[in-house]
Design a protein around this ligand. Structure first.
Ligand code: SF4
Length: 350
C-alpha cells in the first residue's frame, strides 16, 4: 500500500541508444527546479522494442508521446501527465495560500536589510521565498533580471513570476519572455493595461505623446496601474534593480525594504532587491557562467531594455540608462515603478 504519491517517468530511448531530446529537456527542468528526486522510478520506452516496459505503459494509458508521467496517489487513483510543466505546477509545487497575511513588521524588515546586506542575491531571495512562497512575485522585465528567475528555480522553493506587458515591447522581448517560461517551466503572469484607461488615452493623444510631453502619463497607464493591480495580490515582490543602474535614483536602494509606493491594499508590502549590490559586470558574469538565457537585444547594444519606442542602444562608454527616455532629463528617467513616496511627517519608519 502506498504511503505517498508515486511518480513513474517514462522516457523514450531512440534506436541509436540515445535519449530523446524532449526527455532530456524534461530531466533538465526537473533538475533545475530541484525536483529530480521526486521521480520514484524511470521506465524506458525503447523505440526498437514494443515489449519494453515504457512502451507497454504507453499502450496501457493510450499515450504515444514521451516523456510522460504516471502518478499514483495513495487512494489508488492514477493520473497521466504528458507535460512536465503541468506535472510540476499541479503536483510538485506547493503554493503559499493566496491571501496569506504578511506577518512582517517594519522592525523585521529593517533587521533583514541589515543582516542580508552583504549576502549573495540567492540567499536574499531564499529569505523571501521561505516566508512568502508564491505570494512573492518576481518582477521580470525581459532583461538581465532573468537571473532572479534562474536563482529561484535553483532554490527549488515555490515562487511566482510576473511581467508588465505594455503592448509596446520589442518582438525580441516577447520571444525572450516565452523562452524563459519554457526554459524554467514557470507560469508568467503578463499584466496588461486597463483598456478603459488606455483606449481614451490613445484616442486623445496618439501613440507617441511621450516624445512631446514626457513619459509619465503613458507609463502610468501601461506600467504603474497594471503593477499596482498585480502587487495588490502579493505580500512581497522581488526586482532586478541594481544601485549602479542609476546614480541619481537607485544609489541608496536596500536589499530588503518596505515598499512605500505600493504598500496599502494588503498592508505592508515587502520589496526585495537581491541584485542591489551587484554591478552590471557581476550580473553578466553570472549569466554567462550558468548559461542563463538573455534577450537577444543585448547583442545589439541594448543594455537597459524597456518599451521599443523609449529604448535605444547605447554607445560604448555611455551609461546604460542613457538608452531610456533619452530625450528627457537624466534625473526623470524612472517610470514610477520604483520611485519611493516620501514618508508623511510623523509616520516614522512605517
Ligand atoms: S516606456 Fe514609453 S511606451 Fe512604455 S509605457 Fe513608458 S512612455 Fe509608454
Amino acid at each position: 500500500m502506498l504511503t505517498r504519491m508515486h511518480i513513474t517517468m517514462v522516457k523514450k530511448r531512440l534506436a541509436n541508444g540515445e535519449t530523446c531530446r524532449k526527455c532530456a529537456q524534461a530531466d533538465d527542468l526537473l533538475k533545475s527546479r530541484g525536483l529530480s528526486d521526486r521521480i520514484d522510478e524511470i521506465k524506458w520506452a525503447d523505440e526498437a522494442d514494443p515489449s519494453s516496459a515504457g512502451m507497454q505503459l504507453g499502450a496501457q494509458h493510450g499515450v504515444s508521446v514521451a516523456p510522460f508521467f504516471v502518478v499514483r496517489d495513495v487512494d489508488g487513483t492514477t493520473t497521466v501527465y504528458e507535460s512536465v510543466l503541468k506535472l510540476v505546477n499541479e503536483r510538485l509545487t506547493q503554493r503559499a495560500p493566496a491571501g496569506a497575511p504578511a506577518e512582517v513588521s517594519s522592525a523585521d524588515i529593517e533587521m533583514a536589510a541589515r543582516d542580508l546586506a552583504g549576502s549573495h542575491p540567492s540567499e536574499i531571495l531564499r529569505w523571501g521565498l521561505e516566508r512568502w512562497g508564491a505570494s512573492l512575485g518576481i518582477s521580470f522585465s525581459g532583461a538581465e533580471d532573468v537571473v532572479l528567475v534562474h536563482m529561484a528555480s535553483e532554490l527549488g522553493l515555490p515562487f511566482a513570476v510576473f511581467s508588465l506587458d505594455t503592448g509596446r515591447l520589442h518582438p525580441e522581448t516577447y520571444r525572450f519572455i516565452d523562452a524563459v517560461r519554457k526554459r524554467y517551466g514557470v507560469e508568467i503572469t503578463l499584466m496588461a493595461p486597463d483598456v478603459r484607461e488606455l483606449e481614451p488615452f490613445v484616442k486623445r493623444k496618439g501613440l507617441f505623446s511621450f516624445y512631446d510631453d514626457g513619459h509619465e502619463e503613458c507609463c502610468g497607464i501601461r506600467k504603474v496601474q497594471p503593477l499596482r493591480r498585480m502587487l495588490g495580490t502579493l505580500n512581497a515582490w522581488a526586482t532586478g534593480q541594481r544601485r549602479d543602474q542609476s546614480p541619481a535614483t537607485r544609489s541608496a536602494i536596500a536589499v530588503v525594504e518596505r515598499d512605500r509606493t505600493f504598500s496599502g491594499a494588503r498592508g505592508v508590502l515587502v520589496k526585495l532587491n537581491p541584485l542591489a549590490a551587484w554591478s552590471s559586470a557581476q550580473t553578466w558574469q553570472y549569466i554567462r557562467e550558468r548559461g542563463v538565457p538573455y534577450n537577444s537585444l543585448h547583442e545589439r547594444g541594448f543594455v537597459s531594455i524597456g518599451c521599443e519606442p523609449c529604448t535605444r542602444a547605447v554607445l560604448p562608454g555611455e551609461h546604460e540608462r542613457a538608452g531610456r527616455w533619452w530625450w528627457e532629463e537624466a534625473t526623470k528617467r524612472e517610470c514610477g515603478l520604483h520611485v519611493a513616496k516620501t514618508p508623511a511627517p510623523g509616520s516614522g519608519s512605517r
